[in-house]
Design a protein. Sequence first.
Lengths: 319, 530
Amino acid sequence: MNSLIARLIAQRLALGISLLFAVSVLIFAGTQILPGDVAQSILGQGATPEALANIRRELGLDQPAWQRYLSWLGGILQGDLGTALSNNRDIAESLGRRVNNTLFLAFWTAVVAVPLAILLGLVAVRYQNRWPDRLISGSTLTAISLPEFFIGYLLIYFFAVQLNWFPSVASVHDRMSLGERLHAIALPAATLTLVILAHMMRMTRAAILNVMQSAYIETAELKGLRSLLIIWRHAFPNAVSPVVNVVMINLAFLVVGVVVVEVIFVYPGMGQYLIDHVAKRDIPVVQAVCLIFAAVYIGLNMIADLVSILSNPRLRHPK
Amino acid sequence: MSRELEFLSTQVIMGRMSRRDFLGRAAALGVAIPVATSMLSSAALASSPIKGGALRAGMQGGESTDSLDPALWTSQVQHSFGQSWGEALTNVSPEGDLVPRLAEEIHASDDAREWTFRLRRGVQFHNGKEMDADDVVATLERHSDEDSQSGALGIMRGIESVRKTGNYEIVITTTEANADLPFLLSDYHLMIQPNGGKDAPEAGIGTGPYKVVEFEPGVRQRAERFQNYWNPDEFGHADEIEILIINDTTSRMAALQSGQVDVVNRVEPSIVDRVANLSNVRVQSVAGRAHYVFVMHADTAPFSDNDLRLALKYAINREDMVDRILRGYGTVGNDFPINAAYPLFPEDIPQREFDLDRAAYHYRRSGHDGPIVLRTSEVAFPGAVDAAQLFQQSAAQAGITIDVRREPGDGYWSEVWNVQPFSASYWSGRPTQDQMYSTAYISTADWNDTRFKREDFDQLARDARGELDETRRQEMYRDMGLMVRDEGGLILPMFNDYIEATSDRVQGWNPHPMGEMMSGYALSRLWLSA
């Protein structure tokens, strides 16, 4: 059994890594066919043919594409992401901070949002079609229907400008203690929680309700078990797989899709970093960030896969 | 009250005497202590800045791609931060006068080609090295290098040689007479760096009142007061300054309102009235040299016909645009890029009016038929799409059909502006009229976005540049202004004000028409009331 699971994990890992390689080829090819020449976009209007040739040679753009791909890949495998064309800064270093910030916000949002969503889902099932269910569904669906910048502005208006409880500028920095950081990210984390809550809550509710139709639940009810206990102990474990999938998609969103929230709360995450460099056609940075995004997606989906397999013995023995 | 006591209280304010010493000396002079303390505080209120505190600005215009290398600066954030840690040879005052900074004395030869700069002694870089002529020569050399990508390269092309003639003296020779040279050297790219920044352009080491302690591009830039700064009375009042990049307008205003920042730039005209009503906020606006424009390529059909250009110039309702696009925070333009904020402004050029009959007359004479495509985008200037539509409507009344085409912001500056024959754009001011014309209106200018190419205009610009007699020079500028106004490809409906806002604890705001944030001096000149 254990060796079986170890083999499954190894299989998935190998699959994930080869997928990442495939993605790296796609990213490299994609950035090659982008309109506009890198050397041209660095030099801008004042480009002379000699300067263009100089820069091309400097960046190795005169070599064939496959050679450039290999040297790029080689650098990445050694942890060298290169230097940004626009300001000559080391990408690994400046990106590292941004990644940390993004993960920090995503982590604390998840810590609040995931248990809350699942709890609300369980409560909604328990009081299905009664007022607690309606209230939970209604309010979370309202929150998800509002654009995130609007939620952000509302929170800023009430909690930063009117009440002055939290800062509207969530710009964290090295000199802050953990407590100060958490205080700073309160509003963006709350905004993101409101954005992802409904999706996870509705999926939990639907998945459990699906299981609740089964005969063994009826048996449990007839045995006289309390309904919340039935839901938690008997129905939820069998509903884990779809819930985990949705949770992982939302976690991935927290890492790769929060540009708007970053801009509103002035949070120094990866999103704004990527956009600024796309605008400047700073290809090495775009490639590095895309690769990280791809790794996050692949990694989280792999975890979802493994959790589903572990929670459902039938999946361990595919026909 | 004795003169001595007055002198003493100014000494305290200047930081040359401690408060305790002051009170002791005052007691010795026979003044009761309460009187002495009240004298001290009134002297502070009347004139001098308060030292201390952390001054924070929330600014639009920073990106993760920004660099500390002055050669690469393009945005207002880099400009403001750079003016805090770096210094150029000269500055330009709000009135348009030349103010020496690292240069102490400036002499021109009679033909205005050879310029001697005597440098200030005892000025220290943040790394402890003393600034001397070698550093200045190296800085100017670095920015003259054709491969340097320096934003000041255009200025440096007019310089033939830079020589060191003493430890604290350099001589600059220009390729042709240029009476404006000292003004040009106030350019914010030309911050003097140790060995010209040749060794480490991005080190952020200068001679300015603040030294860089944190530089996170697109996020925050922070600097602390430099203890050995040579001119602490005038610059560097707060202990620490910080710029937070807040590109979103609503967030910027919220940060100011909730007290997280003390100064913000770019208050949009559409909300400025509401901002002015906030209790703890002051709106600061100044009529500047920046302007919003529609540019036609004067060498491309149908704009090669001056009658068509005139028709379009008469068909734009300037007053309406100032009211609607700028909400009154601006002034009407007159189709040449100079206004009263420049020294030697030619005052007597008549204002071009909105005149549909004349527009229709010139349009008929041009013989043009069919729609005229005007390209615009939100990035051209705030409200550029609306402005293009207003133009479309007013032109339609004269029988001119304008086809407004909205272009994406990404790529607008590389694919549309200065490429397509008719587009919306903006210009910020330049230190002198000559520099404005040299940047965009002489035949050889890189950014001649109206394709205005006239031998006689170029000659006039050259002559004016070398003319040391100001009356003659003003007349020449009048002729140049008229040429651009009546024959150029520039439609200049409005000069926009710079609108900024501060919290009420910020003191010392002194409007500067040359640029945002008191032309970049805000962070080193403002102070915080206790």
